[in-house]
Design a protein around this ligand. Structure first.
Ligand code: ADP
Length: 504
């Protein structure tokens, strides 16, 4: 049966329908929901049907400026007087509200992004709540040190204070909207900063609902401001704004470079989590069923729209054919469909643009001489109006091919055999990226040697795509710098002040 938007919307919670009916969605500036100064709006669509979901305010430079001023005012006034324990309570309350509204938020995320609602519920919404909770606990534990010093003369007490950086601009992508927002918003708020959030134009809806929950949790006006709009206007204005002290960015490597260039005016701090082309390495001695499952989820989770996706699969030569056969068989069985349908395993890509990009890479790979073992095309029939592609495995791939070097950001994996483990390290490290890597083997020595040799911010051994709010996540090389999550992320949102006290 062809997917119809009306039927889909009848299946969602009444609160989702109510939320979508109240249009156009507005910007959150200084505690008020406002239209864009220009009066402009844009449409966000359901990628499973390509039909509109809601109109959303199209914020631009003027609105960013208003939001930044509100964040600055809140920083200098109410927010700086709020005690750490109170910041913690507000974050705990927000985490609880997200849990209370988990179904509703998951349905909204699925409508806007396309992913299966199970993934939305457990990965996006569930982990977002846990991230706010994790940093809620940190609010009362961000402290300096006393430092023993050895001056030539005199006696001094020296201590450090860890102070907020100030106004933080948060720019996030469309692949895990609620989750990646939490990775930046939670530590920024725990450390006492104020925020201007710019969600991706493809998926603005859960950020707007989050804004309502932030108000309900009781955060003072202006502490979190949300400006929906496009990257080249609103995003660029935020990155360039002289009153913004720091940008936390997740997105593509090209856009990351633009953010850095825009940031130079006031030398604002920037931390970047960018693209990847992560190697997932399977040795012949690996637990094979688990490795096939790991390779499968490593690339097909979230339609492959995952920055750390295991998109380069290195398989030890003796098991190559059998492994690819098994993976292809499983890939061919994936149930594509609307993310809200209970038996759907994979939804559509997020947009027409992303669909074209992924289909282009299918052609590029074939024209470079690679062969398609499974997939390789857009899904037709009932799914033809949405942005669905078939899960794809490329074989006959050489390391230097574009499909083996460039981030595709879709359900497309290149599978390559390896013989010599020494050569493997060079091949696995042989892209400009360094976000993540996977190693499947029963040989514990080899696993740890590779964990040390791989140039990647995360290495998973006999697992893939695991994240936790307590574990730092970020890139080597052109996958970015700085880390989200863990205690380490707090250092992105604080600056250290040293205080010298003359005791004489
Ligand atoms: P994609 O190309 O997959 O959409 P991007 O890296 O371009 O990924 O997008 C990630 C986020 O960066 C989005 O919120 C987008 O609006 C924003 N963005 C895009 N271009 C710019 C820019 N020039 N300056 C700041 N932010 C931008």
């Amino acid at each position: 049966m062809v997917l119809r938007q009306q039927n889909i919307l009848e299946s969602v919670q009444p609160s989702v329908r109510e939320f979508l009916a109240a249009q156009p969605k507005r910007l959150l500036i200084d505690g008020r929901w406002e239209e864009a100064r220009s009066g402009k709006t844009f449409e966000t669509v359901d990628p499973a049907t390509a039909e509109p979901l809601a109109r959303v305010a199209e914020g631009d430079r003027d609105d960013i400026d208003r939001a930044v001023r509100a964040a600055r005012r809140a920083l200098d006034n109410e927010w700086s007087a709020v005690k750490p324990a109170t910041r913690g309570k507000l974050l705990f309350r927000l985490a609880d509200l997200i849990d209370e509204h988990a179904e509703e938020l998951a349905q909204l995320e699925t409508l806007d992004n396309g992913k299966s609602v199970t993934e939305s519920l457990y990965l996006d919404i569930g982990y977002a709540a846990e991230t706010y909770r994790y940093y809620a606990g940190w609010s009362t534990k961000i402290h300096g040190e006393t430092v023993p010093v050895s001056p030539m003369v005199g006696d001094y007490l020296v201590y450090t204070r860890r102070e907020p950086v100030g106004v933080v601009g948060v720019i996030v992508p469309w692949n895990f909207p609620m989750l990646i927002t939490s990775w930046k918003l939670a530590p920024a708020l725990a450390a006492g900063n104020t925020v201007v959030l710019k969600p991706a134009e493809q998926t603005p809806l859960t950020a707007i609902r989050l804004g309502e929950l932030i108000q309900e949790a009781g955060f003072p006006d202006g502490v979190v401001n949300i400006v929906t709009g496009f990257g080249s206007t609103a995003g660029a204005a935020l990155a360039a704004h002289p009153q913004v002290d720091k940008i936390g960015f997740t997105g593509s490597t090209e856009t990351g470079r633009r953010v850095v260039e825009a940031s130079t005016g006031n030398l604002k701090r920037v931390h970047l989590e960018l693209g990847g082309k992560s190697p997932n390495i399977v040795f012949a001695d690996a637990p094979l069923d688990a490795a096939v499952q790991g390779a499968f989820l490593g690339i097909y989770l979230n339609q492959g729209e995952v920055c750390c996706a295991g998109s380069r699969l290195f398989i030890e030569a003796p098991i190559f054919d059998a492994f690819v056969g098994e993976l292809s068989k499983t890939a061919a069985q994936i149930q594509l469909g609307h993310g809200l349908e209970p038996d759907t395993q994979m939804g559509p890509l997020v947009s027409q643009q992303q669909l074209e990009r992924v289909l282009d890479y299918m052609e590029i790979g074939t024209s470079e001489g690679a062969s398609i073992a499974v997939g390789g095309e857009r899904a037709g029939g009932d799914l033809s109006s949405g942005y669905f592609v078939r899960p794809t495995v490329f074989v006959d791939v050489r390391d230097e091919m574009r499909v083996a070097q460039e981030e595709i950001f879709g359900p497309v994996v290149v599978a390559m055999p390896f013989g010599d483990p020494e050569e493997l390290v060079g091949r696995a490290n042989g892209t400009m990226y360094g976000l993540a890597a996977g190693v499947w083997t029963r040989d514990i020595g080899r696993a740890h040697r590779l964990a040390a040799a791989l140039k990647a911010g995360t290495v998973w051994i006999n697992s893939y795509n695991m994240v936790d709010p307590a574990v730092p996540f970020g890139g080597y090389k052109m996958s970015g710098y700085g880390r989200d999550m863990g205690a380490e992320a707090l250092s992105q949102y604080t600056q250290t002040k040293s205080v010298w006290v003359n005791l004489d």
